[in-house]
Design a protein around this ligand. Structure first.
Ligand SMILES: [Zn+2]
Length: 438
């Protein structure tokens, strides 16, 4: 007997064929998907489970994978506005330095990751100052997290030096490498805040453990000018010269690229995370998504932190990515809804090196899935579920979330989370956050 059986579901699998199972059933045992069938098959009729959940015709699909976030930055949402990235970062770092401790980082991480989880993201790749606290928050919420040691050359939070970051990166890997819910990574901030030597050292730690290397890259024109001035090269060429591109590299943004750089990313099989809302709001630009997609780059989606994009909404990221590619190129088929849905699911899993266990609903994979309500005015009639997911649905439609078969969000409520307490703690901290910039 299986643990869970979901019945009467419109299953959007996000597999290689974009398969959709109408009137479907899905069985879960020991955290894995064990069956996916149409309800009226003889195999489906034999299925039984300890817990049977009727989906009432609603959509069941894989949990979204947010590939770029700074969850704890939710503490600073709306604090610094209307400035370009470089001046904006200068202000953000003042506030972060005044406020962030391991304790406040945990609080901010719960805030940001809870928003992610309620919106249907079951896995988040997060870059932040105290990654152990991010992991603690993710585990308390029951979600999957990819994070790890950060690198930053300027005096950072907690007065830590490069040597501290090196030992923290090693320690992070050692403490979390055997945990199935943690995907360890090494996350230097960027090539304008970390020297080539320190970036190379970060990459050698990633390679030593066979884990991901993730950094911000080619986000703004000012960053290009800065790197050009310092190293007489563009950002992607600079990263290539430092031997930082490749299958296990994840570059956030990639807004400012020329044809050669797109080829470099494609040939090296480097993964790219698009963060359209953050790029628009900071006036950074619009990434050449159509060109990158046609070059065969593995494109994934992220929200960035709530301090730049102001929310952690992967549905908005999907809609913007698809709409901007069509509008910018004046081509209605520049990018399809299927392609964008894959960016938010299976392509994220591929970038994390987990396409065998995450990112789609297929037998043998982890049971990380969400339920979406389609019994509402914006979903009736529903001719094409995938177009609906990208252009019509939103995070408020997500009712239930499962991670490894565990029911972590039930009817829009996170199991075991004291929401009032979290809100009260954040509100108590708010005056000092505001005062940090006065
Ligand atoms: Zn970022």
């Amino acid at each position: 007997m299986d643990d869970i059986l979901i019945t009467d579901a419109l299953i959007v699998t996000c597999d290689g064929n974009h398969s959709i199972i109408e009137n479907g059933v899905m069985a879960v045992n020991n955290g894995k998907i064990t069956a996916l069938e149409r309800f009226n098959t003889s195999a489906a009729k034999k299925l039984t489970a300890k817990k049977i959940i009727g989906a009432n015709g609603n959509i069941v699909m894989p949990g979204l994978i947010n590939m770029h976030c700074h969850a704890a930055d939710s503490l600073f949402r709306g604090l610094v506005e209307n400035l370009p990235l470089e001046e904006w970062l200068g202000r953000v770092w003042i506030a972060e330095k005044a406020i962030l401790t391991p304790e406040t980082t945990y609080l901010g991480s719960v805030l940001g990751l809870a928003e992610n989880l309620l919106g249907g993201s079951t896995t988040v790749m997060d870059m932040f100052w105290y990654p152990d606290e991010t992991v603690k928050a993710a585990k308390d919420l029951g979600m999957r997290i990819s994070t790890g040691g950060i690198f930053f050359d300027l005096p950072g939070i907690g007065g830590r030096s490069h040597e501290n970051y090196v030992s923290e990166a090693h320690n992070f890997f050692k403490s979390h490498s055997s945990d199935d819910s943690v995907i360890p990574a090494i996350l230097p901030h960027g090539s304008y805040t970390v020297s080539p030597q320190n970036l190379s050292e970060a990459k050698s730690i990633a390679d030593e453990y066979g884990i991901l290397f993730c950094t911000h890259a080619a986000e703004t024109q000012a960053e290009q000018n800065d790197i050009n001035k310092r190293y007489d090269n563009s950002v992607i060429r600079h990263l290539d010269k430092c031997k930082l591109l490749g299958k296990t590299s994840v570059l956030a943004h990639c807004v400012h690229l020329d044809e050669t750089e797109i080829s470099l990313l494609a040939q090296s099989e480097t993964n790219v995370v698009l963060n359209p809302m953050s790029n628009l709001k900071l006036g950074s630009g619009i990434a050449p998504v159509k060109e990158m997609h046609r070059a065969g780059i593995n494109l994934t989606l992220g929200t960035d932190g709530a301090i730049s994009g102001n929310d952690l909404d992967m549905w908005l990221a999907m809609r913007l990515t698809c709409g901007l590619a069509k509008g910018l190129n004046m081509e209605a088929d520049a990018l399809t809804a299927e392609q964008v849905l894959h960016m938010a699911t299976i392509s994220g899993a591929k970038a994390l090196g987990k396409s065998d266990s995450l990112g789609s609903l297929e037998i043998g994979k982890n049971a990380d899935f969400i339920l979406l309500d389609i019994n509402n005015f914006h979903s009736v009639p529903l001719f094409d579920p995938i177009t609906h997911l990208v252009f019509g649905a939103g995070r408020s439609d997500v009712t239930d979330v499962f991670v490894s078969g565990k029911h972590v969000v039930e009817n829009k409520k996170i199991s075991g989370l004291d929401v009032e307490k979290i809100h009260a703690e954040v509100r108590q901290l708010a005056p000092s956050i505001k005062a940090s910039l006065e």
